[in-house]
Design a binder for this molecule. Structure first.
Ligand code: GLP
Length: 242
């Protein structure tokens, strides 16, 4: 059963999540973080960076695995999730880039990239805390409706809705890649703690189906109901259909 906490602001939610991550790193200096992209988790990274500025912590051994990556973007593209994670997470938190992995979205290695990524997560001892956003289609990572709850890191095709939602990061909607490499719902389920964040009315349906709806692969977010340790941090608007 997920613990659902409704907060007044994104900042308050980010502060709460950051405190939990900070406590984890104090207990386990080589903690493994599951890193999400999108706008939602930015408040978490910002709050953690602010807390580290106030009271530094050795972050040199912290490890991280990104949830997903676009397939086929040119190396170094500013909207590749590797670049986004570097900009929004690695630099502000003072992480060692060598300790952070993103799925390989290089077209040449698609067949092996997924299993290589799974093996790397296992070798790291698994993800301690997985930060998650949720898409309006209910997707987590890039696991769109229909994704198996047992799925592992693999190539997926983005829905038109998700491509439109993500077009704001690209010069034109046509520039949004069609394919991605994403951790599976099975991969996400193996993380020891899930922190799912969502803000705004447009996420209310996705949150309602994730938290209270039938457990169904047509609502990938409902995977959280199969997990023993989940924290859901939402604002009033995102909680409005609970
Ligand atoms: C993106 C990411 C997801 C993210 C979701 C919501 O496409 N792949 O990991 O949770 O969509 O994004 P946002 O937080 O910007 O609303």
């Amino acid at each position: 059963m997920a613990e659902v906490i409704v907060l007044d602001t994104e900042t308050a939610a980010g502060t709460l999540a950051a405190a939990s991550i900070r406590a984890l790193i104090m207990r386990k200096p080589d903690a493994v973080l599951g890193l999400a992209t999108g706008s939602t988790p930015l408040s978490v990274y910002a709050a953690l960076a602010a807390s580290l500025a106030e009271e530094p912590l050795d972050m040199s051994r912290v490890r991280g695995f990104a949830l997903d990556e676009y397939v086929g973007l040119p190396a170094g593209h500013p909207e590749s999730y590797r670049a986004v994670i570097t900009r929004d997470v690695v630099v502000p938190l003072g992480l060692d880039p060598a300790n952070i992995r993103t799925p390989n979205g290089d077209v040449a290695t698609l067949e092996t990239a997924g299993l290589d990524y799974e093996a790397a997560i296992v070798a790291a001892g698994g993800v301690d805390v997985q930060i998650l956003g949720i898409g309006q289609t209910g997707h987590v990572g890039f696991n769109e409706p229909g994704s198996s709850f047992a799925s592992v890191t693999r190539i997926k095709t983005l829905t038109e809705k998700t491509r439109i939602d993500n077009a704001r990061f690209f010069a034109s909607p046509d520039d949004v890649p069609i394919h991605c490499m994403t951790q599976g719902l099975g991969t996400i389920r193996r993380a020891r703690h899930l922190i799912l964040l969502a803000f705004g009315e447009e996420k209310a349906d996705a949150i309602a189906s994730a938290v209270e709806g039938p457990v169904s692969s047509s609502k990938p977010g409902s995977v959280i109901q199969l997990h023993p340790h989940v924290t859901v941090l939402v604002d009033e608007a995102a909680a409005s259909r609970l």
